[in-house]
Structure formats: C-alpha cells, structure tokens
Design a protein around this ligand. Sequence first.
Ligand code: NAD
Length: 287
Amino acid sequence: GAGRTGRPGARSRTSAAERLTARAAERFAGQLVLVTGAGSGIGRATAYAFAEAGARIVAVDRDPEGAARTAELSRLLGAPEAWAEVTDVSDERAMEKLADRVTDSHGVVDVLVNNAGIGLAGSFLDTTADDWRKVLDVNLWGVLHGCRLFGQRMTERGQGGHIVNTASAAAYLPSRTLPAYSTSKAAVLMLSECLRAELAPHGIGVTAVCPGLVDTNITATTRFTGVSDQEQERMRAKSSRLYRIRAYPPEKVAAALLRGVLDNTAVVPVTPEARGARLLSRLSPAA
Ligand code: NAD
C-alpha cells in the first residue's frame, strides 16, 4: 500500500493487519471454507475474515437465524458465494448429510473450522453423567465428526487443505470450575495434534486454536452445575460481566486463526492469559 506519510518516494509501510489481509487473499480467494458455530462469536468473526479474503463460505450453526445472518454479511464482505447450513454438529447422521450436501453442491472443503462449542461450569462432584455427555457430544464429538467426514474427503481429493479446531486455553489450564469443559477441550487439543501428524503426508495442515476469555455469547449457553435455575441466571450474568471486562474481541481470534492456517501452526494460543498459561504448562507441567 501507499506509505502512511504520503510523501512521494517514502518507503511503503504496511501494517501487520494489511499484510495478513494480502496473504489471506492470495491463499484463500475462491477456496471453500466451512465454519461450524458460525452463527455467533468467534465462528462468525472467522467466517467474516475468510469472506474478506474472497473465500466461499459455508456457515454452519444449529441456530438458523445466526447462520443466515453470517452468510448474508459474508457476501457483503467479499465472499463470492456464501451459504447457511443448519446442522447440530453432535448429530453424526446430520453431519454425514451435511458433508454429502456440501461436497455435491460446492465441492470439497479446502478449510474446515470446527468451532461450535458450549460451556459447562461447576465442580466435578456437582457434574452429572448427563452434563458430561452434553458437553462432550458437542465439544468433542462435533469436532470428531467434522474431522473424519471432511478429512476423508480432503485426503480422497488429494489436493491438501486445512483443518482448524477451536480448543481453549482451558485445554492446558487446570481449573476447579471447568472440569468437564476443560477435559473436552484437552481432548480436542490432543486429537488435533495426532491428526496433524497423520494428515501431514497428505498436505493437510491441522491447527488447534486456544483462546482465553473472549467477549462472545458463550455464557448464554453455559450451564452451571449444582445450582438452582434462579442461580443459573445470576451466575451467567456474573460470568458474562467478566468476559465483557476483558473485552477481547472475537475478530482478533479470527485474525490469529487465519495466521495459524497460513503459517500451518500446530497450536495457536490467543489472548495474553492463554499465551502465558501455555508457556507455564510447558515449563512446569505438574504445577
Ligand atoms: P458463541 O456461543 O458466541 O458461539 C458458538 C456458536 O456455536 C453459537 O452460534 C451456537 O449456536 C453454535 N453451536 C453450539 N452448539 C452447537 C451444535 N451442537 N451444533 C451447531 N452449532 C452449535 O461462543 P464462542 O465463544 O464464539 O465459541 C466458539 C468456540 O470458541 C467454542 O468452541 C468455545 O468453546 C470456544 N472458546 C470460547 C472462548 C470464549 O471465551 N468465548 C474461549 C475459549 C474457547
């Protein structure tokens, strides 16, 4: 771009954001990018970031309005085409149908972002088997279905691709309050690293994105175990205040995610606390 100073002959200085945009456009223009949980928060911001790079977008969410809105704005932002798909990622049959439908209509997905997830908070002893099932169904099985169904199609096509899984800093940061959520995310992180080794010979990259606290609607779908229904609301309000105070925007997660794909990075911690915790967990794993 033109130098900021505007002086003729001044060395052209582009910001990191501009360079990322240019690299992303070069790589992703015309590619097919499928994002799950695209109806809100990080998934929506990710769809927009790929749309701005000229990718074709499939916005998948169980919330029809959220998915439709993301597809619509993706087109306005530069996606040559964008579609909304209503699917529950934890439903294996529905995911198979989705994979068939998308492949038949638009071709093999070049970049898959398994991002849909839900929260679950409360001590281990307050967490029932049913609570565990619910969070693992979405956060782990949803990612598994996506990796398997779209990964198979990518390897069959033989032209490479990339899979991104949204884990969390909770994957490597033990806490007393998020045992089930953290376990689901630790599984996603390990799955991503195993899959990365398996798919590398196929030219398919795998990246796990590990955000800390990001200002999204996740608290709206977070269940707090061991508390009454009235308490649920109070806990939700309290925790969403915390997210708002940190105010880390989903757009910054999307930018880090795009860079992770471009650089084929294995694990991308996002937010200062996620980076700090990652470093600590590797220095003193038993702490
Ligand atoms: P969000 O609630 O704003 O967005 C999640 C989206 O996923 C919603 O649109 C929701 O409808 C959709 N979704 C939920 N379950 C689904 C299902 N079974 N099938 C299809 N769609 C489903 O939350 P977010 O913060 O943007 O979360 C995105 C991802 O980021 C999640 O995996 C979450 O665990 C992870 N994450 C979030 C934070 C944070 O602080 N917000 C931190 C670390 C990781």
